[in-house]
Design a protein around this ligand. Structure first.
Ligand SMILES: NC(=O)c1ccc[n+]([C@@H]2O[C@H](COP(=O)([O-])OP(=O)(O)OC[C@H]3O[C@@H](n4cnc5c(N)ncnc54)[C@H](OP(=O)(O)O)[C@@H]3O)[C@@H](O)[C@H]2O)c1
Length: 308
């Protein structure tokens, strides 16, 4: 009897990653999660039967740690990303060089599919985050021409993410900031729909070599997302305009502190470009997936922050 196929997932311990792991285990696949913290990633094992999910060490900024770690994989998935560039975890090392190393190992292991998760707007935004993500797409395709690239907009889920971050702020702050006036447009997408797209691309050869832009069914401005947070949590915070130049100054200070910065200058630059699916792009429809509106799940995701 043939064993179930094996997928190796880089970034499987992250916000999107845990949903991708669940999607593969539900379909019977064996899953190898590569992480820098094997102890913290132990929780992923409950996503499958004993032995179905294996946790192993790899740091993509240390290429030697990937040796043999993709062996036997039918598919490899790259979900590694950082929101700010610092030290060894620089945008270039993680998004660009890391993507190349993963693709090299996927090819050497003879994997049939490589699903590379990038981000929407990589070609348009004048931010280092976006430029490094574009370089990562190019590097992955250079090493593994059949790689499928997914570019999601803002991903919404039950774990700490965009809404939870601002919801936590609203518990202590009387007002939340509308960076750059809150006019940037997003097409937020549920994390389970993105995980479904990853699984689909790993298992359908016709997606090889293609790029898909993933957005939910509704477009919202940053202000509308904050208003949605306010109405969903029934909290009475005010919304105040925070000009981009002031946000940049705050970012410059935050970047000097040892803590993860709440905002960086690069993120302010990123917010100057809309984050919506382009008219010419292929997306969920081409994958046969109908994305659900974020409002279908948001009240559950924000329940702990909601005023009773
Ligand atoms: N969240 C969003 O709204 C959003 C939107 C568009 C695109 N994306 C993209 O989607 C992907 C997943 O995002 P996410 O929100 O799930 O990110 P996340 O929660 O921050 O997870 C990032 C993952 O990257 C891994 N990682 C970081 N540095 C690593 C390194 N040097 N070596 C190996 N693994 C490393 C982390 O694993 P360990 O810490 O366990 O090592 C973690 O599992 C990323 O490519 C991101 O850019 C996300």
């Amino acid at each position: 009897m043939q064993p179930y196929p094996l997928v190796t997932i880089f970034g499987g311990s992250g916000f999107l990653g845990r949903h991708v792991v669940k999607r593969f285990t539900a379909a019977g696949w064996r899953v190898r999660v590569l992480t820098r913290d094997c102890v913290a990633a132990e929780f992923l094992k409950v996503a499958g039967y004993p032995g179905q999910v294996v946790i192993d060490y790899a740091d993509i900024t240390q290429p030697e740690t990937l040796q043999g770690k993709c062996a036997g994989s039918s598919a490899v998935v790259n979900l590694v990303g950082v929101l700010y560039s610092r030290g060894q975890q620089s945008f270039t090392r993680v998004h660009a060089e890391g993507a190349r190393v993963i693709a090299q190992h996927a090819a050497a292991a003879g994997a049939t599919a490589l699903v590379h998760v990038s981000a929407l707007g990589v070609g348009a935004a004048d931010a280092q985050y976006a430029k490094s993500k574009q370089a990562g797409e190019d590097a992955a395709r250079g090493e593994f021409p059949a790689a499928t690239t997914l570019r999601p907009s803002l991903i919404i889920g039950p774990e700490h993410g965009f809404f939870q971050r601002f919801a936590r702020m609203s518990l202590v702050a009387p007002a939340l900031p509308l960076i750059g006036g809150g006019t940037t447009r997003f097409q937020p997408v549920l994390v389970t729909d993105v995980a479904e797209a990853v699984f689909h691309c790993a298992t359908h050869g016709e997606t090889a070599g293609k790029t898909y832009e993933l957005g939910g069914p509704e477009i919202y401005t940053f202000r509308q997302l904050m208003e949605l947070l306010r109405s969903t949590t029934r909290r009475g915070f005010a919304l105040v305009n925070l000009p981009s130049c002031v946000a940049s100054l705050m970012g410059a200070v935050a970047e000097l502190l040892p803590l993860p910065p709440m905002i960086t200058r690069d993120q302010v630059r990123l917010l100057k470009t809309d984050n919506v699916v382009s008219d010419s792009a292929e997306g969920f429809a081409a994958l046969g997936i109908t994305p659900r509106p974020i409002t279908a799940e948001l009240p559950h995701y924000l329940a702990r922050y909601t005023r009773q």
